[in-house]
Design a protein. Structure first.
Length: 437
C-alpha cells in the first residue's frame, strides 16, 4: 500500500508540474505577442491530451517503477519529452488540429520541459527523501569488499532514496562477484517470498548492461545478454563526429574571446610562445600535434632537473601517476590554467582538424605506448578526447592502470548519452576545481 501511495504521489506531483509549465508557457507567449507574433489561444482542457501523452511515456520508461541514478533518469525523462513532442505534432497533423493549435506555443512548452523538468525532479526528490515514508529499505548481500562498495553508493547517492535495513527490507541487491552459482541460487530462494524486488549486480564489470538486450532461449530455460562495441559501429562514429563538430562550432565564439584574454596573461607572466605543441598518439596510433596553452617556463627541463635532485619522492609519484605532484616548471598563470583545465581549450583546433573528439580516451604521449600494453588495440581504436571518463572519476587520485581500465570501459560502452553525461560532469569538476591539477 505504501509503494502505491508513493507512486501515486509522484504521478500527481508530475501532473501538477506539467500543468504549471502550461501556464508558464502562456505567460511567455504573452511576451512574444507584444512583438507581433500571433498565437491561437488554447485552454488547459484542449491541452490535456499532451500531458497524458507525456505521462504515458514516463510510465513506459518505468520512471515510476524503479529508483534510477540521476543521470539515467535524466536521459529517460529527456527521451520521453522528445518522443512526446513528435507524437503531439504527428497527432495534430493527422487530425488536422494543427490549424487550431499554435506550433510555436507547443515548442515553447516542450523547451520549458526539457530545461525545467529535470530540475524539478531533482528538487522534489531531494525534499521527498528527507521523509522516511518515501525511502525504501534495502539489503545488500555479497563479499565484504563488494558490499561495502555498493553500500557506499546507495547511502551517499541520496537520489536513490534507499536506506539499509537488515531485518525489514523490500529490496535485495545481490553482488555476484566472488559468489558461486549455488550460493546465488540459495540467496534468491531464501529471499524470494519476502522480497518484492531482487537486483543482481553482474560479476562482469567491464560491460554496461544498461545498454544490452536480454534474449530468451525458452526451450532450455536460459538467457543470453547481447551487447555491441558501440564505438566500432559506423552509425555511432558518424553521430559522434557530427555532435563533436556542432558543439565545437557553437562554443567557438567563446573560445575566441577567452583565447584573446589568456594569450595576454601568458605573455605578461613569462617569456615564450602562447601555444605548447607536443606529439601525441591519435586514432589507430597515428601521431598528431596536440595544442595546449603554454603553462611552463621555457627552460623548464633545467628547472625540473635541479628540483628532482632534492625531491626524490617526486620520481616515485611520477612512475605511478605519470605526472609530478608539485611541478616546478609550471608558471603562475600556468597553475591557474591547469587548475581550471583551460590549458586544454586550444584542443578545439584538434577537434576541427578531426584529430580529437570532445570526449574520449586521454591523448597519450608517445613514450606511454608501452605502458598501455595489450589494451592499445581497444583504446587507440578511437580518437582521443579533451575530456573523458577518467577525468570525472577521480582524475589525480587514480593510478595509470586505473585510468586504462576506465578508458577501456568507455570505448566498450560508448553512447551519445554517456558523452553528454561526461561533459556535464566535466563542467562540475572544472567549476568546483575538484581533481584537476
Amino acid at each position: 500500500m505504501r509503494k502505491i501511495l508513493i507512486k501515486f504521489s509522484f504521478i500527481i506531483f508530475d501532473i501538477i508540474f506539467l500543468i504549471l509549465i502550461f501556464y508558464l508557457s502562456k505567460l511567455i507567449r504573452l511576451y512574444f505577442v507584444q512583438y507581433g507574433l500571433v498565437f491561437n489561444d488554447i485552454s488547459l482542457n484542449d491541452f490535456l491530451f499532451v500531458i497524458i501523452i507525456i505521462e504515458i511515456l514516463f510510465y513506459h520508461e518505468k520512471i515510476y517503477n524503479y529508483r534510477f541514478d540521476f543521470w539515467q533518469e535524466f536521459f529517460k525523462i529527456e527521451k520521453a519529452i522528445f518522443l512526446s513532442f513528435f507524437i503531439t505534432l504527428t497527432i495534430l497533423a493527422l487530425t488536422k488540429m494543427n490549424i487550431q493549435y499554435s506550433r510555436l506555443f507547443i515548442i515553447i512548452y516542450f523547451i520549458n520541459l526539457i530545461i525545467l523538468l529535470p530540475l524539478y525532479k531533482y528538487t522534489t526528490k531531494y525534499i521527498f527523501f528527507k521523509f522516511s515514508f518515501y525511502k525504501e529499505p534495502i539489503l545488500i548481500i555479497g563479499k565484504k569488499d563488494m558490499v561495502k562498495k555498493i553500500r557506499k553508493e546507495m547511502l551517499s547517492n541520496w537520489y536513490f532514496g534507499y536506506y539499509i535495513d537488515k531485518k525489514m527490507f523490500d529490496n535485495i541487491i545481490i553482488v555476484s562477484k566472488g559468489l558461486d552459482i549455488k550460493s546465488i541460487d540459495r540467496i534468491i530462494d531464501k529471499n524470494y517470498k519476502r522480497c518484492k524486488n531482487i537486483f543482481i549486480v553482474p560479476f562482469l564489470s567491464s560491460i554496461n548492461f544498461a545498454h544490452s538486450d536480454v534474449l530468451e532461449y525458452s526451450n532450455i530455460r536460459l538467457n543470453s545478454v547481447h551487447f555491441k562495441n558501440q564505438l566500432f559501429i559506423k552509425k555511432n562514429i558518424i553521430i559522434k563526429k557530427i555532435s563533436d563538430k556542432l558543439i565545437t562550432l557553437s562554443i567557438f565564439p567563446f573560445f575566441i574571446i577567452l583565447h584573446f584574454i589568456i594569450s595576454i596573461l601568458i605573455k605578461i607572466d613569462s617569456n615564450g610562445s602562447i601555444f605548447y605543441k607536443q606529439n601525441r598518439l591519435g586514432k589507430y596510433g597515428k601521431t598528431f600535434k596536440i595544442y595546449k596553452y603554454r603553462t611552463m617556463y621555457e627552460d623548464g627541463d633545467k628547472i625540473l632537473k635541479e628540483y628532482l635532485k632534492n625531491n626524490k619522492e617526486e620520481i616515485d609519484y611520477y612512475n605511478k601517476y605519470h605526472k609530478y605532484k608539485n611541478d616546478p616548471r609550471v608558471t603562475k598563470i600556468g597553475k591557474l590554467l591547469r587548475k581550471t583545465s583551460l590549458d586544454e581549450l586550444p584542443q578545439i583546433i584538434n577537434i576541427l582538424k578531426s584529430e580529437m573528439s570532445l570526449v574520449g580516451p586521454r591523448p597519450y604521449m608517445l613514450k606511454e605506448l608501452e605502458y598501455i600494453g595489450d589494451f592499445k588495440d581497444i583504446i587507440l581504436k578511437v580518437s582521443p578526447g579533451i575530456t573523458g571518463l577518467w577525468q570525472v572519476s577521480g582524475r589525480n587520485d587514480l593510478s595509470f592502470n586505473e585510468r586504462i581500465e576506465l578508458e577501456k570501459w568507455y570505448v566498450k560502452n560508448w553512447s551519445l548519452l554517456l558523452d553528454i553525461t561526461i561533459i556535464f560532469k566535466t563542467l562540475k569538476v572544472v567549476l568546483l576545481q575538484k581533481g584537476s591539477k
